[in-house]
Write a protein that binds this ligand. Structure first.
Ligand code: CO
Length: 281
């Protein structure tokens, strides 16, 4: 019988300041030169601005093809509109899950004119056979997302399952995404098999993780190596707050160009052509 192996942190990466959309300031954590992707995670952005000048312009109409965007709002409110006729209100604690599939044009614009706008957008790749699936939109309000609290561990289940509770979000591949808060001394344990890539992004405090008690500070991504499960706890006597995600590796070629992520250069060129000729969304 094989003994279970706790996965160690093999890489820590600091988010990079950048801007996107019509000039929204954000921190790019996955999708940078340092970490172009963590199969199947193509991008992770954090936007956290209390100056309206840094978010007011929002993300006007733009296209996507070949993957899904999962946006988790922590504070503030945005409106989403897309070419499929979906309109959604991203309010604090909610998840907006958009399957771009064969093509969608959408906008994400702030509903607020002042105050904090804070959230995370994760891009989840689609397997080659599903890249041209029909676009889909899942609006998961905060009340629909289960929260489990026990022994100093608070887990909000954005995707996947924990402690017998399940997110209503539907994924094409095994995908887990939690918002976790730990009191000092509390230990978060979760199965995450080697066929899944896994990471934590620390929002507040300092965590230690794995057999080597590797430390990951706020503002840093921690990437897990091979193994069967993950273990995270506070790195000192203070509470910690972090995101945890794992998902099945696709092990397929990734050819990305701006808002499109395909498997071949031909498919990428076709995406630009389809968009420019109005055969999109
Ligand atoms: Co978008």
């Amino acid at each position: 019988m094989k003994t279970q192996q706790t996965r160690r942190i093999i890489q820590t990466i600091k988010g990079q300041n950048t801007s996107d959309g019509a000039g929204v300031k954000l921190k790019r954590i996955i999708g940078t030169e340092e970490l172009n992707q963590l199969d199947p995670f193509l991008l992770l952005d954090e936007f956290k601005n209390d100056n309206p000048d840094d978010y007011a312009a929002g993300f006007p109409d733009h296209p996507h093809r070949g993957f899904e965007t999962v946006t988790y709002m922590m504070a503030g409110a945005f409106t989403h509109r897309d070419s499929n006729g979906h309109e959604g209100h991203l309010t604090a604690g909610s998840v907006q899950w958009m399957t771009a599939g064969k093509g969608i044009i959408h906008s994400e614009m702030p509903e607020q004119t002042d105050g904090l706008a804070w959230g995370y957008q994760l891009w989840l790749n689609l397997p080659a056979k599903l890249k041209m699936t029909n676009p889909k939109y899942q609006d998961l309000s905060s009340e629909k997302l289960p929260i489990l609290e026990k022994d100093g561990i608070r887990v909000k289940i954005l995707a996947g399952e924990y402690g017998g509770a399940k997110s209503p979000g539907k994924s094409f591949i095994p995908f887990t995404y939690f918002d976790i808060q730990l009191k000092p001394g509390a230990v978060f344990n979760h199965l995450a098999p080697s066929n899944q890539n896994a990471f934590i992004y620390v929002i507040e405090g300092k965590v230690k993780s794995g057999p080597e008690a590797s430390q990951v500070k706020a503002g840093y991504l921690g990437v897990f190596g091979e193994g069967d499960s993950v273990q995270v706890q506070s790195g000192d006597d203070k509470p910690v707050h972090f995101l945890f995600a794992s998902a099945q590796k696709l092990n397929e070629p990734v050819v990305r160009g701006g808002p499109f992520v395909m498997n071949t250069m031909g498919e990428l060129k076709k995406a630009f052509y389809d968009y420019q000729t109005g055969n999109f969304g």
